[in-house]
Design a protein around this ligand. Structure first.
Ligand code: DGJ
Length: 373
């Protein structure tokens, strides 16, 4: 508890010191980021789509006093990653009572990918039904013909009902109840061995903090915190990117990871995520694999600089691969500094990723930086 409080306090101080507007062309983490109309960008827990000659930023619209979805998912466009034009609401919440995305539900961490085969833009997000807190633990999917939307809501649900993940023998999962005392070695082992996986087998796996990743071969994966946030699951998607195709696997079972963000470089996948401390920041975790199915090996946090042990006061949301003709791809680590008491004032951390000689990523704090020309 003490650690949590000090982390939240550090984040509050960090934010309070960073109210200056962003100088043109510069990326200043923690500052107010005015859009082209001078209003702080409202696109939290977001992700970026690079499409044709622009970047599209999708994120949660947050209000003054609630993080619940009163508006929906917003979209901004930029040609330099620093100047952002507000294109409005890409996916609107519904006014219809009982709709899955009824105004007042929770929509978090939206990510949009473009499907070359169908020519459609596909948005995945974490959805919690109105009035149920975080109990529903569903994914949501929406599609559009244009990057900026409007997106049509397709469906929400639990992931892969009635299907076992790869590498699991269901007969090996015990029928015993979970040990009463949490965080004992027996309790951790029961979860690692598949207690929640089995509990949720019929209804489908829980899907909370999430991202979507399109690999170099065009295959897409939905990556989400499942099993009561104790285990990440990777689920492969159908060719049109709108559904799970029934294949999935678990990564770092019982390690309690949230906020997954992933990229691939030189044949290696890198996954950066967080621990699970609500809106308070914690130390980033990192994993690497040469095959997306694993094995995934845990590394130390890539963060270097002040507050490196609380991810500079933020929580990972996305890693952008910047692709420009004739240039080496660049990677940008993106995180949110949450402000639960004043959600609309949450801030952003965007930092360039550098690489050690052996290819290990480093996210070093910089007060201000510019995209390389
Ligand atoms: C941490 C998650 O990463 C956020 O997206 C949000 O769900 C908060 N928890 C809610 O406490």
């Amino acid at each position: 508890m003490k650690r949590l409080l000090s982390a939240a306090f550090a984040a509050a101080i960090f934010c309070a010191c960073s109210n200056a507007p962003t100088p043109a062309g510069e990326i200043v983490s923690g500052a107010i980021w005015p859009d082209t109309q001078g209003v702080h960008v409202n696109a939290h827990g977001g992700g970026i789509l690079q499409y044709k000659d622009a970047w599209y930023w999708f994120g949660e619209y947050k209000s003054e006093h609630t993080s619940n979805a009163l508006v929906g998912v917003t979209c901004y466009r930029s040609k330099d990653l620093s100047t952002w034009e507000n294109l409005g609401v890409a996916l609107s919440v519904s006014e219809e009572p009982g709709s899955d995305i009824e105004k007042g539900c929770i929509i978090e961490r939206p990510k949009v990918v473009y499907n070359q085969k169908t020519g459609k833009f596909v948005m995945w997000f974490h959805l919690e039904l109105k009035g149920q807190g975080y109990k529903a633990a569903r994914y949501g999917v929406a599609v559009s013909d244009k990057p900026e939307g409007p997106y049509t809501f397709l469906r929400s649900g639990r992931a892969n009902p009635g299907i076992w993940p790869e590498g699991i023998d269901p007969k090996s999962i015990s029928d015993e109840p979970l040990p009463e005392k949490s965080w004992t070695p027996e309790w951790i082992a029961a979860i690692r061995d598949g207690f929640y996986l089995k509990r949720d087998f019929e209804e489908g796996q829980m899907a909370r903090d999430q991202t979507v990743f399109v690999d170099d071969d065009g295959k897409a994966y939905h990556i989400f915190a499942s099993e009561e946030n104790m285990t990440l699951q990777f689920a492969s998607l159908t060719d049109d990117y709108t559904q799970h195709d029934g294949k999935y696997w678990r990564v770092a079972p019982a390690r309690q990871n949230e906020a997954p963000a992933i990229f691939r470089r030189d044949g290696r996948y890198w996954l950066i995520c967080s621990g699970c401390t609500g809106w308070a920041p914690n130390k980033a975790r990192m994993y690497s694999a040469t095959d997306i199915h694993g094995p995934w090996v845990e590394y130390d946090s890539p963060c270097v600089g002040p507050d490196q042990d609380i991810t500079f006061g933020g929580q990972s949301t996305y890693i952008l691969k910047v692709e420009r003709k004739g240039k080496e791809p660049q990677f940008i680590f993106m995180a949110d500094i949450w402000r639960p008491r004043h959600p609309i004032d949450a801030r952003y951390i965007w930092l360039p990723i550098t690489f050690k000689k052996d290819g290990t990523p480093v996210v070093e704090w910089q007060d201000s930086w510019k995209l390389e020309d």
